[in-house]
Design a binder for this molecule. Structure first.
Ligand code: SF4
Length: 319
């Protein structure tokens, strides 16, 4: 299978200037090695602040990487002019209401990328294209003249998806696209994204803090903690056989709609502090919370290693 996206030790640090002119860095993404095959959905999970959104945005060069490399179809785009790639790589944002310009009609919002990339040669062609995109996401041509505030959250997210599809992308970063929506609407949007993937051959990086959401849509899932990729495996394998202590605690937090199973299941209580991304502990970043921490954990950072075919984990328990 073709690797559409490939990352080589990607790093993103944000410079923060403190009082007295002191400069510190937020280590948002650290040495992430990753690839996404054409037509696959790679899920990326972790708590808020773990760096998953920064990683998605850095792949699209909405943030410039601090070091490492980004490849698209084998081309190194780390420092390339991104205009030709903007058409191929799009993003769907978490909060649909704030990602849509309230002063533009839906037709103008969806039509804007068509204009930027000169994808329609006449006004009727542009209009047809907008109407097609709206129908593709379950809206209709009458909606083109309305403003974003006239729509529900789910409909606003559909408008955001139509805008992303307007340029016929190959790769879409879905940045928590259902987190702000009702549970009943979430499955509609996820099913629609799956249908579009089948029909259009799209490749997704699907970011979520809820591991149960990505399980449904992803072929593989990566788990991030404080900027590090700590585990990566096929979706079923990760659920059946989580190895990293952090992945286990994430899975234990998934609600099960059966109180008997919920009562009987073992829970690991994490004691300790989550370190600041500006002041990380030496060694494993999870060592301040990990119930399995050993002496070596606070001395040496574990590297991501393949433990079984396609199952990688960064933990000294598996070295
Ligand atoms: Fe826990 Fe050590 Fe593994 Fe880190 S390396 S997750 S501290 S056992």
């Amino acid at each position: 299978m073709t690797r559409l996206i490939e990352l080589e030790n990607l790093k993103k640090r944000f410079r923060v200037k403190e009082a007295w002119g002191k400069v510190r860095y937020i280590h948002a993404v650290e040495n992430v090695p990753l690839y996404i095959e054409q037509g696959e959905t790679l899920g990326l999970v972790g708590e808020s602040g773990c760096g998953k959104t920064t990683l998605g945005r850095t792949i699209l060069r909405l943030h410039e990487p601090s070091s490492g490399k980004i490849f698209f179809r084998g081309q190194d785009i780390t420092h390339a002019d991104m205009l030709p790639y903007r058409r191929k790589m799009q993003i769907i944002f978490q909060d649909p209401s704030s990602s849509l310009n309230p002063r533009m009609t839906v037709g103008e919002i969806v039509g804007e990328p068509i204009d930027i990339h000169h994808l329609a040669s006449s006004r009727p062609e542009r209009k047809d294209r907008i109407n097609y995109l709206l129908s593709r996401v379950g809206l209709n041509s009458e909606h083109a003249n309305r403003y974003p505030h006239e729509f529900s959250g789910g409909q606003q997210q559909r408008i955001g998806i139509a805008r992303a599809l307007a340029v016929e992308p190959e790769f879409i970063v879905c940045d928590e696209p259902v987190s702000a929506l009702d549970v009943s609407i979430q499955s509609q949007i996820v099913n629609m994204l799956e249908d579009m993937q089948r029909e259009l051959g799209l490749t997704y990086l699907f970011i979520a803090h809820d591991i149960s959401v990505v399980r449904h849509i992803s072929r593989r899932i990566g788990v991030m903690y404080l900027g590090n990729l700590v585990e990566l495996a096929a979706s079923k394998e990760l659920y059946k056989n989580p190895l990293h202590p952090y992945t286990k605690t994430l899975l234990q937090a998934v609600p099960i709609p059966d109180p008997r199973i919920t009562r009987s299941r073992q829970r690991t209580i994490l004691n300790g502090e989550i370190p600041s991304p500006m002041d990380l502990p030496p060694g494993c970043r999870f060592s301040t919370l990990c119930p399995n921490a050993m002496q070596c954990c606070s001395e040496t950072a574990p590297m991501l290693k393949e433990i079984a075919p396609g199952h990688q984990v960064a933990c000294h328990l598996f070295t």
